[in-house]
Design a protein around this ligand. Structure first.
Ligand code: TC6
Length: 677
């Protein structure tokens, strides 16, 4: 794990622990031994530390958190590096993240390759840089700049790091970094310890930073602790500051939020793995993509490929719809450019890869064709039958359906092995989740290609089996059914939504309905009123787009409770002979969140999801489940499955005859075992 090489009077220490040179116990031991040996060796005048393979280091080994500590601990190792009597240079290529950057901060000088990135992303795992990072970074780049890096967790490029004073030199290239670092080390004759420096800041800086970031850090423990630790760097000598940092770190790492965030980190990576498929399966080359439908979904889906440099042929039925769709795509790109996140050249480059056409035949050369028309089985089957006659052999045929059976769609073709679902979430150019739906006959290489391609365009893919609504939308069904029933029984939309937003969801069921469109799936007959949704739609209350849905909206889309909706609900209650009762937050929680867990357990039992953590990933990336609560399955395991079962039993009558307790949930609760294992 640690190799040393002597280059005349310079000792090079190389950390190698693929794939990311995580600083596990082996690396820490090797590193501290190498530093100690170098002190005792008169032939060593200076030391260079670098990473083997593709990066310097991705940081502490996250799998060690939550387990009994194995010494030497990282803060000790970093302190030993800084204490070296011989000058130490960190030579950074690829990435220096978290503990990796802290090792580099312990070094006396830093040189980085031009493409390197440096960051302290610990906050995203619910912890803080606990190996001196909160104390040394401010001493190097100032308290304000350090706060920005530590609290956002975002890495910065080497060029910016050089400007900020985080690195001393930029190397010519990755290739020359090693030699340049050794030559640099040879010019140094004494250590230069960051810990000897001081840093000051107005007390106001910290309050202002917290206030400016209040919305982003609301409810989160780690960012607050980061601010406190950086403040300590401006008030205390290094060793005392580090004690403070250590205490805060220990609190965070043993807390619920960090546990949940670490779960999400690994869940996301595990989701990319498909059970039963060889890892080295041959993928199908996807060089040209076809998209059918230039509506909101088709346009958003296309943008993902265009942004990744993959040409897209987009097909519509009428010129007007085609022009409108491509116009919206251009407008979206230009809006991103206006925010400075794309250059005008990048916008033109992306749009130049788009071929809009009314000719279905133009899809013949595509390696993947994604159908994104409205939800109607007959229409989809007709399209797939047509595609069967047009697409080249081996082309993948995907549907973006949110609910319908991929198996049934596949029957319209003579090549069901090439058919799969690629369910993007709206807005498809923004939302990270893609449910990759595996039909009964989907070929393994088609599935693996769908997963890899989704990752290539920056998405987080999760495999789902075929069922109505797949993983995410299927779990929404009991939530929405209960949310609607709660309104009739006495709750208000505001009350139900508040329980969800207080929990940490970006919005509640009714705010979501208004955003998505209350009219989705509506039968469009204003005379036929069988549900609250029918009543709202009949009065033109289709959601945010009409400034009226479950809420009233002003021009800025700010919602206020609607007296009209209150009246509609009252009328409904009267008609159904329901006397409203007072509904507790506990009941809302159980009926709209525990029922989702129950559905998730069924999804797991049926093998629709490969594992509980995949369901969590769906909810994190598709529906804004608060990451610091892990995901519905993780959360259920944390609060206890018996608590969930007890809650569901408590409201069994209200849940109605359609509700059944998931046998898997009941079994695991009785055994005291979790859903995620
Ligand atoms: C810290 O440093 C605290 C310090 C204070 C201590 C007192 N540990 O993401 P990929 C695994 S906290 C263990 O697909 P990429 C990952 O699970 C840490 N394992 O690769 C996956 O395993 P699998 C602060 C890790 O090239 C494999 O490596 N650092 C770690 O797309 C490949 O990962 C961070 O938060 C780790 N630190 O991206 C950085 N990192 O193959 C976390 C990765 O079995 N890491 N693995 O599934 C990353 O952001 C990215 O991995 C990356 C590389 C940008 C380094």
């Amino acid at each position: 794990m640690i190799e040393t090489k002597q280059h005349d009077d310079v000792l090079e220490i190389v950390m190698t622990n693929p794939p990311v040179n995580a600083l596990g116990a082996g690396v820490r031991t090797g590193l501290s031994e190498a530093i100690a040996k170098a002190q005792a060796n008169p032939a060593v005048k200076a030391i260079v530390i670098r990473g083997g393979g593709k990066m310097f280091s991705g940081g502490a080994d996250i799998t060690e958190f939550g387990k009994p500590p194995v010494g030497p601990m990282l803060p000790e190792v970093v302190d030993a590096i800084e204490a070296s009597d011989k000058p130490v240079v960190a030579a950074i290529h690829g990435m220096a993240l978290g503990g990796g950057l802290e090792v580099a901060l312990g070094a006396h000088y830093r040189i980085a390759a031009p493409k390197a990135k440096l960051g302290l992303p610990e906050v995203l795992l619910g912890i803080l840089p606990g190996a001196g990072g909160t104390q040394r970074l401010p001493r190097l780049i100032g308290a304000e700049a350090a706060l920005g890096m530590i609290v956002s967790g975002s890495p910065i490029p080497a060029t910016k790091a050089a400007q900020a004073g985080l690195i001393d030199r930029l190397a010519e290239s990755d290739e020359t970094l090693g030699d340049e670092a050794i030559a640099f080390a040879r010019t140094l004759d004494a250590p230069r310890r960051t810990g000897d420096r001081t840093v000051s800041a107005d007390a106001g800086v910290f309050e202002k930073f917290a206030a400016d970031n209040a919305r982003k850090i609301k409810g989160l423990d780690a960012p607050k602790a980061c601010i406190e630790a950086v403040k300590a760097a401006t008030e205390l000598p290094l060793d005392q500051g580090q004690q403070k940092e250590r205490a805060l770190f220990m609190q965070l790492v043993t807390g619920e939020q960090s546990k949940a965030l670490r779960h999400v980190f690994f869940a996301e990576r595990t989701a990319a793995k498909i059970d039963g498929l060889p890892r080295d399966i041959q993928l199908r080359p996807i060089r040209q993509v076809g998209v059918i439908g230039a509506g909101t979904m088709g346009g958003g889906i296309s943008m993902n490929f265009l942004s990744a440099g993959i040409p897209v042929t987009i097909v519509e039925m009428a010129q007007e719809a085609l022009d409108r769709g491509t116009g919206v795509m251009r407008k979206n790109y230009e809006a991103t450019a206006a925010k400075g996140r794309l250059t005008p050249e990048q916008v033109e480059k992306a749009m130049s890869l788009l071929t809009p056409t009314l000719d279905f035949g133009a899809l013949a050369h595509c390696d993947l064709i994604i159908e994104a028309v409205y939800e109607n089985m007959d229409v989809k089957k007709e399209i797939f039958a047509k595609l069967d006659g047009i697409a080249k052999p081996g082309a993948m045929l995907a549907s973006n359906t949110s609910y319908l059976s991929i198996d049934e769609i596949a029957t319209a073709t003579k090549r069901p092995q090439d058919v799969l679902g690629l369910h993007f979430f709206s807005p498809a150019n923004v939302m990270k989740l893609v449910e990759v739906v595996r039909g009964a006959k989907t070929a393994p290489d088609a599935l693996a290609t769908g997963m890899a391609l989704a990752q290539k365009i920056g998405k987080v893919p999760v495999v789902s089996g075929v069922c109505y609504g797949f993983i995410g939308n299927r779990m929404l069904i009991p939530r929405q059914t209960n949310a609607n029933a709660l309104l009739l029984e006495g709750a208000t939309p505001e009350q139900v939504d508040r329980v969800h937003t207080a929990f940490g969801m970006p919005m509640g069921p009714f705010q979501m309905a208004d955003l998505a469109g209350v009219d989705i799936g509506w039968h469009r007959d204003p005379e036929r009123i069988e549900s609250l949704q029918d009543a709202l739609c009949a009065q033109g209350r289709w959601g945010q787009k009409k400034q009226a849905g479950f809420y009233d909206y002003d021009e800025k889309r700010k919602p206020t409770p609607s007296p009209v909706v209150a009246q509609i609900i009252d009328d409904f209650r009267a008609k159904a002979g329901i006397t409203p009762r007072s509904i507790s937050d506990d009941e809302i929680m159980v009926r709209t969140l525990y029922t989702m867990v129950n559905e998730g357990a069924d999804i797991l039992a049926e093998g629709i999801a490969q594992r509980a953590s995949d369901i969590d990933v769906v909810w994190n990336y598709g529906y804004g489940w608060p990451r610091h609560k892990g995901g519905p399955m993780f959360w259920a395991d944390q609060i206890g499955l018996d608590t969930v079962v007890d809650g569901l039993k408590r409201y069994e009558t209200a849940l109605g005859g359609d509700f059944t307790l998931s046998p898997l949930l009941a079994k695991r609760a009785a055994e005291g075992k979790p859903l995620d294992r």
